[in-house]
Design a protein around this ligand. Structure first.
Ligand SMILES: Nc1ncnc2c1ncn2[C@@H]1O[C@H](COP(=O)(O)OP(=O)(O)OP(=O)(O)O)[C@@H](O)[C@H]1O
Length: 230
């Protein structure tokens, strides 16, 4: 099987960037931030995308996660152009992003944040049970699961945001600076979570980061420089 519903076979890319180009117009100037980026990402691996500030890392993440459309080139999920698959469908079913700002609904509990995301994206089945399983997997303690996320620490909130991203059983998980606001010990715990998701659960984990620790923990480090990935 090669369609988007097929399970990832070892060695075949789950996500491919082909000639990915993104330009921005500003006044009468046009700036090309990504200049034909090509790369294949496999299931079961953790990738770090590094590069200087302003090199286009967040732009690349937006395109690969289907939040933005390229000026030229394609993003392929299991061989199919995500524009043809439908960006909404791709985001709901196959790829999820943990943003720097986390975007948790802070007046809701950890469990409610996850079950409401599942409801919005149409995930069927016992949602609450699944939410609890995911929070358990990510090490969110029992007593914290039913507290409003406003009352949780930065590290706990980060875990809830990752659990919510995984709730829709996605194959590709993107994260933008997931350890940026965390102390060293909490960051190490989050890095371990990403490694487990890749190596034990077969997810493709793609992390944009300035952190040397995240880069060292990744299976592959990709440098974005002058509009290209090397
Ligand atoms: N919507 C937009 N309109 C115009 N220019 C943009 C837009 N989004 C990003 N840019 C420009 O594209 C360039 C790359 O930005 P991007 O945020 O992708 O870089 P980055 O590598 O993620 O930076 P940082 O490490 O600081 O987060 C910057 O010069 C930025 O000003």
């Amino acid at each position: 099987m090669t369609g988007p519903g097929a399970s990832a076979s070892a060695g075949s890319p789950v996500l491919e960037l082909k000639g990915l180009t993104r330009s921005y117009e500003s006044g009468n100037r046009r700036r090309t931030v990504l200049k034909g980026v090509d790369h294949a990402f496999e299931a079961g691996r953790m990738y770090a995308i590094v590069g200087p500030s302003g090199s286009g890392k967040s732009t690349l993440l937006s395109l690969a996660s289907g939040l933005d459309s390229p000026t030229a080139g394609t993003v392929r999920f299991r061989g199919e152009d995500i524009a043809k698959l439908g960006l909404g469908r791709y985001r709901n079913r196959h790829a999820a992003t943990v943003f720097q700002s986390l975007n948790l609904l802070t007046y809701m509990t950890a469990v409610q944040n996850i079950t409401s995301a599942m409801e919005i994206t149409g995930v069927k089945g016992p949602r609450k049970q699944r939410a609890v399983e995911l929070l358990d997997l990510l090490g969110v303690e029992k007593q914290d699961r039913n507290r409003r996320t406003l009352q949780l620490s930065g590290g706990q909130q980060q875990r809830v945001a990752i659990a919510r991203a995984l709730a829709c059983e996605v194959d590709v998980l993107f994260a933008d600076e997931p350890t940026g606001a965390l102390d060293q010990e909490t960051a190490a715990g989050i890095i371990e979570v990403f490694q487990k998701l890749a190596h034990d659960d077969g997810k493709c984990v793609i992390v944009v980061t300035h952190s040397r620790e995240v880069a060292q923990a990744s299976d592959e480090v990709l440098q974005l420089k002058r509009g290209r990935l090397t």
